[in-house]
Design a protein around this ligand. Structure first.
Ligand SMILES: NC(=O)c1ccc[n+]([C@@H]2O[C@H](COP(=O)([O-])OP(=O)(O)OC[C@H]3O[C@@H](n4cnc5c(N)ncnc54)[C@H](O)[C@@H]3O)[C@@H](O)[C@H]2O)c1
Length: 391
């Protein structure tokens, strides 16, 4: 049964004020408020000696303020930690995909059609066809440092702010690159399977002979945030570190990383371990392909924890199969989660499901950073990690 009081002053505290039932004020109060409103408007005109237009501007500020404080709708496209949703809740009406299904482009366009903002991941493609169907969208906040799933030019032309999460995952991703370096160099996957399968019958001098990591030459393609974190860790193994980047690092960065700049071809020829840390884009598609891999030593290994598509997977399968290189440690793949079937047939490759940034703390920090970007984007228009500043 409805508890809604009758219209008028009944049910309101002291015969006036909010009734809590959708009738904000009683008739007497409306008259008083109307009087105050008109007096205020006249006072404003008198005080500023203003023409009608200035008064109109003043009252339009009030309207705009009301609009800006209206509840905005946001969508969280993949499962996140409950604390992240709690953080968003006071600011927005939040719809979240905690079932964690990957939406098709059609489903994503439908769910974002009435949203002001979204938190996305690499599984959501934000492009022209989608943006054309989401007229309210003002912010897309990726839970990742990579943003090749977002067409920045299309976002800018639709007035959509795009953000990423740089910095919070450098160390965790670098740790994992090192996990792959050590495991691949020492053939840990093969050795583990050997023990697990019950094939270990005796100690042998020439068993699972691997590559020494200490004092080896580490070649880093892309000395950005993560590449630098990988380089710094090499000091403990007393390695020689060489790098190639489209932009040579500042002398202070080279010194901190103890890394020497070399041309790309020299890096592939000299390195015992090549590790890739560049973003994926049209320009870096297959940046590491047959020609690059063919320069590597037969004893060398390739580590890839950047983005699927940077390495030509078919060329890598061929190199691993033919023994052109000794091994590879891979966290990312072209067309993942599907992978080139050739990888599964090879013992000299370690495969992991895109988990380089996946520590409990870092994945939490990534999601929280994306949420902070979303709140800032939709409340101030100035998110900290804006990728496409206007103008
Ligand atoms: N596997 C994972 O879970 C995981 C986690 C984090 C980041 N990543 C990937 O790592 C990439 C790098 O992240 P970051 O934060 O270090 O980025 P960053 O922008 O700090 O560094 C990238 C570096 O690559 C260089 N570069 C670009 N194109 C190049 C090319 N063709 N040849 C040589 N150098 C080139 C840039 O100049 C820059 O120095 C991200 O874009 C992301 O795709 C993957």
């Amino acid at each position: 049964m409805s508890t809604r009081p009758p219209r008028g002053c009944d049910g309101a505290i002291d015969g006036c004020g909010p009734t809590g039932n959708g009738d904000p004020v009683c008739t007497k109060d409306r008259a008083i408020l109307f009087f105050i409103f008109c007096s205020g408007k006249s006072w404003y005109k008198v005080r500023h000696g203003c023409p009608e237009a200035r008064a109109a501007r003043f009252f339009s500020h009030i309207t705009r303020f009301e609009e800006s404080t209206m509840q905005k709708n946001v969508y969280v496209a993949r499962e996140v930690f409950a604390e992240v949703l709690d953080f968003l809740a006071p600011h927005f009406t939040v719809q979240a995909n905690q079932e964690d299904c990957v939406l098709s482009p059609e489903e994503l366009a439908r769910v974002l059609a009435d949203k002001d903002g979204a938190m996305t991941t690499l599984t959501e493609r934000i492009d022209e066809p989608l943006l054309g169907r989401c007229p309210r969208l003002k912010a897309v906040c990726n839970i990742a440092v990579g943003y090749n799933n977002i067409d920045l030019a299309a976002c800018s032309s639709h007035g959509v702010m795009a953000t990423n999460t740089p910095g919070v995952l450098d160390d965790t991703t670098a740790d994992f690159a090192w996990t792959l370096i050590l495991a691949t160099a020492r053939r840990l996957n093969e050795a583990e399977a050997y023990v697990r399968d019950g094939r270990w019958d005796k100690w042998k001098l020439k068993q699972f002979l691997g590559l020494d990591v200490h004092h080896a030459t580490l070649g880093i393609i892309g000395l950005g945030r993560i590449g630098q974190a990988v380089a710094r860790r090499a000091a403990g193994f007393e390695m020689e570190v060489i790098y190639h980047d489209v932009q040579r690092a500042a002398p202070a960065v080279e010194a901190a990383c103890r890394a020497a700049y070399v041309p790309k071809e020299e890096l592939y020829r000299r390195a015992d371990i090549v590790t890739i840390h560049i973003p994926y884009s049209r320009e870096t598609h297959h940046a590491v392909g047959g020609p690059e891999i063919s320069l590597m030593k037969r004893s060398a290994i390739l580590i890839h924890a950047a983005r699927g598509g940077v390495v030509d997977d078919a060329a890598l399968v061929e190199a691993l199969r033919s023994g052109a290189i000794a091994g590879a440690g891979l966290d990312v793949f072209e067309g993942e989660p599907a992978i080139h079937p050739g990888f599964k047939e090879l013992a000299n490759v370690i495969l992991s499901p895109h988990i380089a940034s996946s520590s409990e703390r870092t994945r939490f920090n990534m999601a929280m950073k994306a949420a902070e970007n979303l709140v800032a984007a939709l409340t101030t228009g100035n998110p900290p990690n804006l990728l496409n500043p206007a103008g």
